[in-house]
Design a binder for this molecule. Structure first.
Ligand SMILES: [Zn+2]
Length: 466
């Protein structure tokens, strides 16, 4: 190992007691601020982080609150590097909003930070206030040690990743671009340590992701009295289209990232699964292996664009022929394909000129065409990102590989990538692959996973900034 790798290994003790307590306190404060879009305040969460950083000695002018309105202020915190540095900053983005959580759906209060049975419970523990806390605390610990990185490290804590009209990364890039200058971006919303039964098996780095799109299918009809049914019927027409959707999955397609991801996965999985993966990776793919592989939803989502019916509404009276039937179809689109391209594929699949397929934007507006937006090709594996990542991973989890991954969901990296900033999902938090509760009820995170994640970001920032 290199000299600096050895230095990392020596400096990888358990998280000190002081930092354990502080990271837990920051995490608790973030969870107990409701930052839902409907009735919460992102600003209140940004202020929690700002106050902690102020208390730790960060200058007020390096802790900028900015955003489109009072409830959606983002925080951009700058850790100053060497004054004579010619290097562009490193930008870390983390959203501080959360998905709506209804108390009635949960067995515990989603906005009370609870430690129970080795887990922290609360809305945002997995997605992603835990990760936010790991970076905030690392900033404070490094500051306390008097550490000065080679270049500025900027942390943007932002609004409306989960929904809402004020996406903070998008807003800052458009309105405060001077704050967002960077050579590359790290986004701890994705990537991280995969756990199986609590044991670390891989360090994933999100290197590309799918694009999100909603489409509204509408069948209309002149309607009439239900005592005189006719062959033309809006509900049946819509159902025929949905039948086709169900029966016709998009083609399997691999890219550089998913190929690399599967090749690494094959090395660490069961012999049966490894055989299926080899069949999927074969050129051309082995049809039987593919059929077996895609039975698992996460595997299926990895190798194809998916579109699924998620909402349905039709008719207006029990005794009338329906004048209208609509469905929402939600698609997760592979990199290299645009939303409009998928809309055209759906139109071709339904082959029904009477059925309209419209695009529904994030803010709910409906338009005839979809944007040509698509995920950009994955960025190259920058040594400035990956060399220190491999060192720190080797020091903390000596047995596990670092694997580039494709995220089936979409994250704010789509905005930074579109702005020309290579973006990578990097986190040291481990989540059990079968205990993903992000967006779900009783969201929780292993206590020790969190503290390891704190230690990870401290070591990683130090290795990045040396
Ligand atoms: Zn998230």
């Amino acid at each position: 190992m290199f000299v600096c790798g050895a230095a990392v290994a020596q400096s990888a003790p358990q998280l000190p007691e002081q930092d354990r307590a502080l990271s837990r306190e920051i995490f608790k404060q973030l969870i107990e601020v409701n930052s839902e879009d409907s009735d919460g305040s992102v600003t209140a969460a940004a202020v929690v982080a700002r106050n902690q950083l102020l208390k730790a000695g960060f200058a007020a002018e390096d802790l900028v609150l900015a955003g489109p309105n009072e409830r959606k202020q983002d925080l951009v915190a700058r850790y100053r590097g060497a004054a004579d540095s010619k290097l562009k900053p490193i930008l870390i983005i983390g959203h501080i909003d959360v998905v709506e959580a209804r108390r009635a759906d949960w067995t515990v209060d989603p906005f009370v930070f609870l430690e129970k049975d080795g887990y922290f419970y609360g809305r945002g523990t997995q997605d992603m206030k835990g990760a936010d806390a790991t970076v905030i605390e690392s900033f404070i610990r490094l500051k306390r040690e008097g550490w000065v990185p080679k270049r500025d490290i900027v942390l943007a804590l932002t609004a409306d990743e989960e929904g809402g009209k004020s996406n903070g990364v998008d807003w800052l890039l458009k309105n405060r671009p001077e704050l967002m200058q960077a050579e590359f971006v790290l986004n701890p919303d994705s990537g991280g340590v995969e756990l199986r039964g609590g044991k670390a098996t891989a360090m994933g780095v999100e290197a590309t992701e799918k694009t999100y799109a909603d489409f509204r299918l509408t069948a209309t009809n002149r309607g009439g009295h239900s005592s005189l049914p006719r062959p033309d019927n809006a509900i049946y027409e819509l159902m025929h289209a949905l039948d086709k959707l169900e029966a016709t999955p998009f083609p399997v397609e691999l890219n550089d990232v998913t190929r690399a991801e599967l090749a690494e996965e094959a090395k660490i999985t069961t012999p049966e699964r490894a055989a299926a993966i080899r069949g999927v990776l074969a050129v051309p793919p082995d049809a039987k292996a593919v059929a077996e592989f895609v039975k698992v939803p996460t595997d299926n989502a990895l190798v194809r664009t998916t579109c699924v019916a998620t909402l349905l509404s039709a008719g207006h009276a029990p005794n009338a022929l329906p004048a209208m039937a609509t469905a929402n179809v939600n698609c997760r689109i592979l990199p290299g394909h645009s939303q409009e391209q998928v809309r055209q594929q759906l139109i071709a699949l339904f082959a029904d000129p009477k059925l309209t397929v419209e695009y529904v934007a994030d803010d709910g507006t409906v338009s005839a065409d979809a944007p040509n937006r698509q995920s950009l090709p994955p960025p190259p594996p920058l040594p400035a990102v990956f060399v220190p990542l491999r060192e720190v991973t080797a020091a903390m989890w000596p047995e596990i590989p670092v694997i580039p991954t494709m995220e089936a969901g979409a994250s704010d990296s789509i905005y930074t990538m579109a702005a020309g900033l290579p973006s990578y999902g990097v986190s040291g938090i481990g989540v059990d692959f079968d205990d993903v509760r992000a967006h779900g009820r009783d969201e929780r995170l292993r206590v020790e996973s969190f503290y390891k994640g704190v230690e990870f970001y401290y070591l990683y920032l130090k290795a990045l900034g040396m």
